[in-house]
Design a protein. Sequence first.
Length: 135
Amino acid sequence: EHAIRDEADNYYGSFKTTLFDQHSQYTIVATERFNRMHSESAKAKGDYANVFAFVELCVHDWKDVLDENGKQVKFSKEAAFELLTAKWDTGELDDDGKAVEANNGWLTDRLIKLTSDVRNYQADPVATKAEAVKN
């Protein structure tokens, strides 16, 4: 489980994921299966195709993810995709007078980075040893 915090230490929830290793046999087979199953999906072909695949293959649950009103958001793959690809108008204009958009790209990048690091999925040797002694 990965607790996500921004640079200001604001908490955005904890995400239950599986390892995202593009070179593992599991990921290769799962990606091939995903591509077959979603060959006609607009999301699987659009600008966020990689995020869609990542959510479908690696994101399995969350806790403490809140909506704009501070209420818990129930996990679903669709809700996860919407969260990771969300955009909104900041109410500001750029130098050319165009509306400035913000997005959750930082959250997506952070989550992918965490799920791509095998060290985040290895057992704690001290905890494992303590558990073995109890048994």
